[in-house]
Design a protein. Structure first.
Ligand SMILES: [Zn+2]
Length: 472
């Protein structure tokens, strides 16, 4: 293997100061020394400050490094420790894929080397990442207590994005936006749909608080339903008291908004959907689609599952079962992560080409149909004989059928373009979305996922059993 000539060094300081909180400077020095010892040339150092990889927050330097890697600008990666790189196994898979596509095999850390060109190296890196995720989980027990204390004190919670209507301190009202909120509330209570309000916001050029995402009906819904507007603090889905910020609407108006949502919900007569991934899972033994099924235990408690049903018509083998909840959680997380990944942006760019192809196909289709009509007209006018008409018509009909098939295969992706890059936002409001909407978001990205057979009696889901095939 030749010596890397444009290696990347990655360093990150985590927000956890209680642990082995190593300064970035120290990490960088150790990494530089490692590079020098091996004669690797470093092209760039990527440093993220004070952001835990586990929190799922976007790390700008890390993203930039991935982009440079994907663009073929880096030929090796050095980090202090593999837990500096990723703390979520899903993120690691993304990293490995970028390495794989860019042909990067040498990934070194001060404590261990991973030749990810080999199965052993890959395995080790994965194990380290899984272990780091567990460590972080433990660490977050402390963080959870802190979050609870903040909530009880009525301090604002939530992520890095400020709530619409408030300044970044999440306490002071931003009057220009609060006016908009009040008018949204009035219009909603007057019967306007959240969808129509979202369209109005976009058409009026009013930016969301993140400034990047467009308004979706669900964003409006989440904001209007949220007790925050009435100055109420929510913790783990329940109102626990008054927040220290100023309310934009009264508690009475908040209650009317909820009642209005309930009223609209009950007027839609649709059977509630209970399985998020219906139709999207396949059996790893036989390839058949998995069916949803609930298993009732003696105590009448119920476990939702996806199963391969033995059926000669579908070829189902009947030998695979997976508990629904963990697969749903894992794939949801994978989809939300993917929404923010550079890969998706690239796929969407590629989609522009497909749009061009679609236009070309539509033109062909119209030309063929016009020619077919013209032939019929000539036959009707007795300009050509029946036999000639038939033989001239056949190849055109074959072409039309092929074009129609191809057009049918092309999936519309307008929806994805709208939600791309909003994984964090959607994650924050995920629980408030209904199952139809959640399912639609997953379907927009996921073609299907294959569930591989698991070990008998395993207590938890082994994520490597789930193999997603992305639509985009
Ligand atoms: Zn099967």
């Amino acid at each position: 293997m030749s010596k890397p000539s444009s290696a990347a060094i990655y360093a990150r300081i985590s927000s956890d100061t209680t642990g082995e909180g190593l300064g970035v400077q120290r990490q960088l020095e150790d990494c530089r020394k490692l590079a020098a010892d091996r004669g690797w040339q470093v092209a760039e150092e990527y440093v993220d400050n004070d952001i835990s990889a586990y929190s799922g927050k976007i790390r700008p330097a890390y993203q930039r490094m991935l982009q440079d890697m994907a663009a073929g600008l880096r030929d090796a990666v050095i980090m202090y420790n593999s837990d500096r790189l990723t703390r979520q196994p899903i993120e690691l898979e993304e990293f490995i894929r970028v390495c794989d596509q860019a042909g990067i095999e040498q990934v070194a850390s001060v404590s261990a080397d991973f030749n990810i060109g080999t199965d052993d190296g890959l395995f080790n890196l994965r194990i380290m990442a899984a272990f780091a995720a567990k460590e972080s989980g433990r660490k977050s027990a402390r963080q959870k207590r802190q979050i609870q204390q903040r909530a009880e004190a009525g301090l604002p919670g939530g992520g890095s994005t400020r709530p619409f209507g408030y300044e970044p301190d999440k306490i002071t009202i931003r009057e220009s936006e609060a006016t908009i909120v009040r008018s949204l509330v009035d219009r909603f209570l007057a019967g306007e749909s959240t969808r129509s309000l979202a369209i109005w916001l976009n058409d009026s050029g009013i930016p969301t608080s993140s400034g990047t995402a467009r308004w979706a009906s669900q964003t409006v819904r989440g904001m209007l339903r949220g007790p925050r507007l009435a100055g109420l603090r929510v913790h783990q889905g329940a109102i626990i008291g008054k927040g220290i910020w100023q309310p934009i609407i009264s508690e009475e108006v908040h209650a009317r908004i909820l009642a209005e949502f309930d009223k609209r919900k009950t007027s839609q007569h649709r059977a509630p959907r209970r399985y998020l991934l219906s139709g999207m899972l396949r059996c790893g033994n036989c390839g058949a689609k998995l069916n949803s099924a609930a298993k009732h235990s003696a105590t009448r408690s119920e476990t939702r599952r996806y199963v391969c049903t033995a059926d000669p018509r579908t070829g189902g083998c009947g030998r695979l079962t997976v508990v629904a909840a963990p697969v749903e959680e894992w794939l949801t997380e994978a989809v939300l992560y993917r929404l923010d990944s550079p890969d998706l942006a690239a796929a969407l760019t590629g989609q522009a080409h497909e749009d061009a192809e679609r236009d070309a196909l539509m033109e062909e289709l119209q030309a063929d149909r016009a020619q077919k009509d013209e032939l019929a007209r000539m036959w009707a006018n007795r300009e050509i004989a029946s036999a000639d008409w038939k033989s001239a018509r056949e190849p055109i009909e074959v072409r039309i059928a092929a074009t129609e098939r191809r057009l049918h295969q092309m999936q519309g992706t307008e929806g994805v373009a709208q939600i791309a890059g909003t994984g964090d936002e959607i994650r924050a409001s995920w629980a408030s979305l209904n199952l139809e909407r959640q399912s639609a978001i997953i379907k927009a990205l996921l073609d299907f996922a294959t569930i591989k057979p698991g070990k008998r009696g395993a207590q938890s889901l082994d994520p490597s059993r789930v193999v997603p095939t992305w639509r985009l």
